[in-house]
Write a protein that binds this ligand. Structure first.
Ligand code: CMC
Length: 431
């Protein structure tokens, strides 16, 4: 195919810029040599319109509401039985595993599920009310202290072993952060349990009472983790890439991803959704009040769980979660009034010109909290569960970048709008 160029006319100069083509028809104007060759930068506040890497992992069409992992539509991971470990393998290693590969990966996860006693003891010194996301970020970073041999990842076997440690230990750390907040003794992982069942066991079993994992809850957790597993260059994944581009190790890079995910405009939104729905339920606000507050520009409140930088259509993950809520509530026979409130809010928002004009639809966080609550997961653990799901995505994006020989340190430019040359004034001469 002939190289296509875009023309940039500036003053009396015409600059030709190569146009790059994605596999699904996306086009990007390549401006990477614009500064070196012409002394110009582009301005793109918050990188809203900048492709800052090439990636083969996840495809999103925000207008059509399409999400695919390595080409496979997200809907196909829902039934007949969602399997998070299989999807994690797909994302990290770029292919669906064979039976043997999946069994081997599971064994590696099981072999690495315990924490070093040094890490485990640290939980005791944390304040009981420590936010679990703070614990997760800190402890993922600390894995570097206990697994030094994985800091430079020279070969594929080291990478697989590092992945097994990260994915497995993150689950144990997550469960222990909850146990700490409840003042409960830690429950060791059970090597005979599958990934999600084992997480639920570590969260909820107590010494004299083993928690029985229901199939409906285990499936729902698998589904939630799968739906969160990757979402191309979102805030936390971009963070992981930025940190990783400095050749920071995998543990440190993913710990930075957790910190980014914690924010209420990103992974923390599911917590805000529950606060909002509970606020309506206890009678402080009606769904209509909530909508009016979200539309009021003088009010910082937003309709949490609505809107997305990329989706200008129904988020396909929200659609799957909405349907899953029906299945899980039917299986558990525990209706939740918050689900009815969410449905009502969705109905009135989707009919409101403010939301229609701005193409604001439910995103993944709108229904995920209700589902997690049905599974017995407490609100302060919602974003932690999101992080467990997103971990394979962060790892795969980190590795893709690590293996890209042409990758340079990520270092955006700015348009300086500060003082012109100003001189230092000694303190005694300042007014
Ligand atoms: N409620 C009310 N108004 C909204 C909302 C909302 N939830 N979302 C966007 N808007 C308005 C926004 O005020 C702006 O209005 P105007 O054009 O009049 O200034 C317009 O819609 C465009 O919004 P934006 O903030 O420029 O969009 P963005 O792409 O920068 O932000 C977002 C995307 C997800 C941060 C934003 O929609 C939002 O704050 N939503 C609520 C928080 C939320 O649910 N976050 C989870 C996102 S999905 C999972 C994840 O990424 O973790």
């Amino acid at each position: 195919m002939n190289q296509e160029y875009a023309k940039l006319i500036i003053g009396d100069k015409t600059i030709e810029l190569p146009v790059l083509n994605g596999t699904e028809g996306g086009k990007a104007v390549d401006i990477s040599r614009l500064y070196e060759e012409h002394g110009l930068t582009t301005f793109d506040s918050s990188l809203a319109n900048t492709a800052f890497c090439k990636s083969t992992i996840t495809y999103i069409d925000g207008d059509e509401g399409i999400l695919r992992y390595h080409g496979i539509p997200i809907e196909q991971f829902d039934r007949p039985k969602p399997n998070f470990v299989e999807v994690a393998y797909l994302l990290i290693f770029g292919k669906l595993p064979t039976t043997n590969e999946l069994a081997d990966f599971r064994t590696r996860l099981t072999d690495n599920e315990l924490l070093h006693e040094g890490i485990r003891r640290q939980f005791n010194d944390l304040p009981p009310k420590s936010p679990p996301m703070a614990i997760l970020s800190a402890m993922l970073s600390q894995l570097a202290c206990y697994h030094e041999k994985f800091l430079p990842l020279g070969d594929d076997e080291l990478f697989v072993e590092a992945v097994a440690r990260l994915v497995s230990k993150a689950r144990t750390i997550a469960a222990y952060s909850y146990r700490r907040s409840q003042g409960l003794p830690f429950t060791y992982p059970d090597p005979n349990m599958r990934y999600c069942a084992n997480f639920l066991h570590m969260m909820f079993s107590i010494p004299h009472l083993q928690y029985t994992v229901s199939e409906a809850v285990e499936d729902a957790l698998n589904l939630v983790l799968i739906l969160h597993a990757d979402h191309e260059q979102n805030c936390s994944t971009a963070t992981v890439r930025v940190v990783g581009s400095a050749r920071a190790n995998l543990f440190a890079s993913c710990a930075a991803g957790v910190s980014a995910l914690w924010g209420p405009l990103h992974g923390g939104a599911n917590v805000e959704v529950m606060r909002m729905l509970e606020g309506i339920h206890v009678g402080g606000m009606t769904p209509e009040d909530c909508l009016e507050a979200a539309k009021d520009k003088a009010n910082p409140f937003r309709l949490y769980g609505f809107g997305h930088r990329v989706y200008k259509n129904y988020d396909p993950r929200a659609k799957i979660l909405r349907a899953a809520c029906d299945r899980v509530f039917a299986a558990l026979k525990t209706p939740d009034p918050l689900l009815d409130i969410a449905r009502k809010l969705e109905e009135i928002a989707l009919a409101d010109p403010y939301f229609i004009d701005r193409k604001l639809y439910p995103n993944v966080d709108f229904y995920s909290g209700i589902l997690l609550r049905a599974m017995g997961i407490p609100t302060n653990m919602f974003t932690v569960v999101f992080a467990l799901g997103r971990l394979p995505g962060w790892i795969s994006q980190w590795k893709e970048q690590h293996d890209d020989a042409g990758q340079r340190i990520i270092r955006p430019r700015q348009l300086y709008t500060g003082n012109n040359l100003t001189h230092y004034v000694p303190i005694e001469d300042r007014e």
